[in-house]
Design a protein around this ligand. Structure first.
Ligand code: GDP
Length: 295
């Protein structure tokens, strides 16, 4: 992920470093190259426009141009702007202190990695001393509940399946199940479709109304590119969500969707998933990701 973007940006910075003193024209050339690199990485064009404009404004100051190490200052500015684009600070999972069980609901398109993310999140929370329960509310994809049951068994977390038919009923019942078995967090896996569809949205809203989640996390496949912008905007408008789990960051996609999602929705990326194993979910650190991209 981000390999080609990283190489292009490093190339631009190397050229700047080779120049010593920088002119306005040098900055303009560098900004053009950064714009092209981001567009080719499939970052949303509006995001690119704003990003480059603010980098340029900060670089074209006497403070930068007349400094002893102008190229270094340009790199620092781009790094700061990239960190800001990704959310600046780590965004923690907020759990309610006065409610047991807490409810975390996962939404997203089919294949985005929702079911595996549910299990990974359960594994992470279990490791922090919680006692999660997984609720199999993806009742449309027949294999989803089996997949969750297998993953649950693997990580030693119970899975509530109910009648496997009525997703809203399964979600509501899972709360009672958690109370009965002293589970302090319920993670609700919901159905997705390959594309946005009205029935999916209505069901997600109905589940939300039934279980009143403390957190709704949208699972977004990092391989999707900027098409994801429409998808996340629709989810934000219809269901609303508190943050993003970015899945498949271990893939070799260009990374545009991952870089656009925060700017487009204003919702923070809370976790990233780097593989298929239960322990491959990590808290997202914007600064580390920005440094990784700039190399
Ligand atoms: P759902 O339809 O949204 O529930 O998606 P699944 O959880 O079934 O995931 C779809 C596919 O993506 C499965 O084959 C997962 O193993 C795979 N997957 C999920 N997350 C990741 C990840 O972070 N990295 C990789 N490489 N594969 C993933």
């Amino acid at each position: 992920m981000f390999n080609s973007l990283s190489e292009r940006l490093q190339d631009t910075f190397d050229k700047l470093r080779g120049k010593g003193k920088l002119t306005e024209a040098d900055i303009n050339v560098a900004m053009r190259e950064i714009r092209m690199a981001l567009l080719e990485a499939d970052v949303n064009f509006r995001v690119v426009k704003d990003f480059v404009a603010s980098c340029k404004e900060k670089c074209l100051t006497a403070e930068v141009l007349d400094s002893l190490t102008p190229a270094q200052n340009v790199v620092r500015i781009v790094l700061d702007q990239l960190t800001e684009l990704l959310g600046t600070t780590e965004s923690k999972l907020v759990l309610a202190q006065n409610r047991t069980p807490n409810v975390i609901m996962l939404v997203g398109l089919q294949g985005s990695g929702k079911t595996t993310a549910a299990a990974k999140l359960a594994y992470l929370l279990k490791g922090q001393g919680h006692s999660p329960l997984l609720a199999a509310c993806d009742t449309h994809r027949p294999a989803a509940a089996d997949q969750l049951a297998t993953l649950g068994a693997e990580i030693g977390v119970p899975v509530y399946r109910g009648d496997g038919k009525d997703a809203v009923k399964v979600a509501s019942e899972s709360i009672h199940e958690a109370v009965d078995h002293l589970n302090d967090i319920v993670i609700v896996d919901t159905a997705g479709r390959l594309q946005i569809d009205e029935e999916m949205m209505q069901e997600a809203v109905a589940i939300k109304q039934a279980v009143r989640p403390d957190q709704i996390l949208m699972v977004v496949d990092a391989m999707t590119g900027q098409d994801i912008v429409n998808v996340v905007q629709t989810f934000a408008e219809r269901v609303d969500f508190d943050g993003v789990i970015m899945s498949k960051l271990d893939g070799d996609a260009r990374g545009g969707g991952a870089l656009s999602v925060r700017a487009v929705t204003g919702k923070p990326i809370k976790f990233v998933s780097m593989g298929e194993k239960p322990d491959s979910l990590e808290v997202f650190h914007p600064d580390r990701m920005a440094k990784r991209i700039l190399g």
